[in-house]
Design a protein around this ligand. Structure first.
Ligand SMILES: Cc1ncc(COP(=O)(O)O)c(C=O)c1O
Length: 399
């Protein structure tokens, strides 16, 4: 193991439950503005209601675990348009619907454990740190040891797998890798994806690419793991997870998909048919329609980008360049103001602004270091007015 990878087990207390405990009994210093949960609050696309209404009778049927042909065709067509895949993703064998990407990310680790061809007595799963909780839950359910890879300023806010000892990579059954990353908004280049894919194949682990923020970006569309895999000649060991939650402001629809390695997907379909939630047929109909429309996605990006422009204008005097290339979070280093927890308390008590201490989104490593401790996370999911009001209060409180 490199000196910085850590096998400390992450906790399973929700960051939001910890935040509630931290702020318990403390009155907000002004009318509350909540920047905590990454739940999009822009409008639900207009197309949703009529499509749902026309498919209502299908709530009377059990959905097939594989999804409908129309759903898988819509996903394949969207992936083609987005990543220039020229039909390389076969909708019949390389796509599955998910009840949001979260459950897929969780169950995938169990499949990796069952399916991984190498015999490993003490398997590990590689996770970024900070990390999305479902990765750690999947790792635990698979009976594997989590290896937390720091994703901080020294690594460009993405995990550096090339710095991990080969013997540890040999024990890995899976690696979770998010781009754009939550909370940092860092984005993997095509070359970075290629390096990850080569390592996954060389050491025989599955690469689970969490791309649910792929459509929330500032200027340049982030490259995807599937285009990198295609350029390397195929999709084995590579799975891309995405959903309608962030792209289309539909976190409550609970609809996502996985695409990639056909052998993994074939085996996983069998397991999911016994264990996983199916996606209701009317929901698949809505998702297929929404994937066919980019106008609402462009509007959505414009709304997020206006908030990031306001952030850059108002907060850069205090924090320097803060605009991440992707995602809808600000990840602010508040070490010189007392660190994430102290600043969270201060912002709530003095200004009514509710944020998440970065340390609650990360695990403490073997040396006692938590790569999130110096940070706060702000989700820019509210309207422009409320968001800029929160920035003004933050400046007033910390400056
Ligand atoms: C990094 C990351 N991955 C996955 C998800 C899961 O999203 P969903 O299940 O809505 O697709 C989230 C949700 O916030 C997330 O932040």
């Amino acid at each position: 193991m490199t000196s910085r990878a850590s096998a400390s087990a992450p906790t399973f207390v929700s960051p939001f439950a910890r935040l509630n405990d931290l702020l318990e009994g403390i009155a907000p210093g002004a009318a509350a503005i909540n920047l905590t949960v990454g739940e999009p609050r822009h409008a639900v696309p207009a197309i949703v209601a009529p499509v749902l209404a026309s498919a209502i009778a299908d709530f009377g049927r059990y959905p097939p675990i594989k999804g409908t042909d129309a759903f898988r065709a819509a996903v394949a067509a969207w992936l083609d348009r987005r990543y220039g895949l020229d039909g390389a993703i076969d909708p019949a064998t390389m796509i599955l619907p998910l009840n949001g990407s979260r459950e897929g990310l969780f169950y995938a680790a169990i499949e990796a454990r069952m399916t991984c061809s190498k015999a490993v007595a003490d398997p590990v799963v590689l996770l970024p740190n900070p990390f999305y909780q479902a990765y750690a839950a999947g790792c635990t359910a698979a009976g594997a040891t989590p290896v937390m890879l720091p994703a901080d300023s020294s690594t460009g806010f993405l995990p550096d797998l090339e710095a991990v000892a080969p013997e540890l990579l040999d024990r890995a059954i899976a690696c979770y890798f998010a781009s754009p990353a939550n909370p940092q908004g860092a984005v993997a280049s095509l070359d970075a994806w290629r390096t990850l894919i080569r390592l996954a194949r060389q050491h025989g682990f599955f690469l689970f690419a969490d791309e649910c923020y792929s459509e929330i970006y500032r200027l340049t569309p982030p490259s995807g793991v599937l285009e990198a895999a295609k350029s390397l000649g195929g999709f084995d060991h590579v799975l891309a997870f995405n959903s309608l939650s962030k792209r289309s402001n539909l976190p409550g629809l609970r609809c996502g998909f996985v695409a990639g390695d056909p052998a993994f997907i074939r085996r996983w379909t069998g397991f999911r048919n016994m264990a996983a939630p199916q996606v209701p047929l009317p929901i698949q109909a809505v998702a297929a329609a929404v994937l066919g429309d980019e106008a609402h996605v462009e509007d959505n990006r414009r709304l997020y980008n206006a908030k990031f422009e306001a952030a850059e204008r108002m907060l850069s005097p205090l924090f320097g360049n803060i605009t991440p290339p992707g995602g809808f979070f600000l990840w602010l280093d508040v070490a010189r103001f007392g660190g994430g927890e102290a600043v969270t308390l201060k912002l709530w008590r003095e200004a009514g602004v509710r944020v998440v201490p970065g340390g609650y989104l990360a695990a403490t490593d073997d040396t006692g270091h938590n790569p999130g401790d110096a940070y706060i996370r702000l989700a820019l999911v509210d309207g422009l007015d409320a968001t800029t009001e929160a920035f003004a209060r933050l400046v007033g409180t910390l400056a």
